[in-house]
Design a protein around this ligand. Sequence first.
Ligand SMILES: [Zn+2]
Length: 293
Amino acid sequence: MKWRGRQQSSNVNDQRGQSGGMRGRNIALGGGGLGLVIAMVMFLLTGDPGALMNPGAVVQQPPAQQQTYQATELEEELFQYAGVVLKEVEDTWNTIFPTVGRQYKEPTMTIYSGYVNTGCGAADSGVGPFYCTLDQNIYIDLSFYNTLVSRYGAKQGDFSMAYVIAHEAGHHVQTLLGVTDQLNELRQRVARGTMTQTEFNDYSIRYELQADYLAGVVARHIHEKGNLEQGDMQEAMSAAAAVGDDAIQKKAQGYVDPDTFNHGTSQQRQTWFKKGFDAGDLSDWDTFSASIW
Ligand SMILES: [Zn+2]
């Protein structure tokens, strides 16, 4: 993506090197007596957010460090890049929302290193990029780029991170348009015993594929403005495949268990990202009534 010298979002919050300030805080996700214990408030790029919602869980104590954060040159570039991507995300949804009679409220994005305190509790970078619905903020430790390439096997290239940011920003769109609330209602059925976890996982996959679709819409917008470069789409498609449930499970445990999928397979994630790119708007975004299997 063409990004050097281009305008960055003003909604980026740089918290790199500030992880010492939140020692000993709980991942009190869904706490606060609001009956949100079973609500999903954090949406991760991979894995089951439910696993993070044990009220008793405590994040590992970060080392007490107050030294100045020293970003590598690559990290600094990624930081600038992420700011331009977020600006593209804002432009995309500021354009599309009025066409469906809505006004877009821009999310914020926190770039952190190691540990971060969020509206959804404390988190460490091991959880990967995520969106917190309670503070409508995207959280990313840029070292995730290395994880994406070396652990998940995504193709090297900047646009894989654009896909990641646009996917998390997709959860923000879903939150503004009420889809996240609907998913939370379904989640509560699991807690009440009127829906099985496996049944719910199908909805979770549809929700995640919708975020991939929305990421595709942003990619299309970048393309329309002439800022997509050769190889960008392949990088995004490779990243989407790398974070597929089947790919991750195969790498982690050597076999796949479709009943536990919650984000969709590599193939599904690519398909819906591409659908979003092809449509370029919300016309084809209904993953809940579409046939996805
Ligand atoms: Zn997601």
